[in-house]
Design a binder for this molecule. Structure first.
Ligand code: ZN
Length: 110
């Protein structure tokens, strides 16, 4: 119920040119790092106050924070009231995700 509404409310904002501009500003401000775990790479820009409850803050830089995909999905799950994954399971998921990544950070000299 709430989840569907949240997704739809967010979708229009996420497609807008303003969002693309402000998202880049937020990432640049945060040094292109996850503000939660300092990860670089797969980054998303999160609304600290959700669009659902604070649509007026959708493009407000002070309401934005850069999060990596795992941190962002964890936060979103909590916001929409889904069960929090137990930390052991989440750690395992993160590990699997880590292992699935291409080894782009490892220099490989032929
Ligand atoms: Zn993170």
């Amino acid at each position: 119920m709430g989840l569907r509404k949240y997704t739809r409310a967010g979708a229009a904002i996420y497609r807008s040119p303003q969002w693309k501009a402000v998202r880049l500003l937020a990432k640049r401000r945060d040094g292109f790092k996850c503000v939660s775990c300092r990860a670089v790479g797969d980054l998303e820009v999160d609304h600290i106050q959700p669009i659902r409850s604070h649509p007026d803050l959708a493009y407000d830089l002070t309401n934005l924070q850069t999060l990596c995909v795992p941190c962002h999905s964890r936060k979103t799950r909590i916001e929409v009231g889904l069960d929090v994954i137990d930390p052991k399971r989440q750690a395992w998921r993160d590990l699997v995700r880590e292992l699935a990544k291409p080894l782009k950070d490892t220099p490989h000299h032929a």
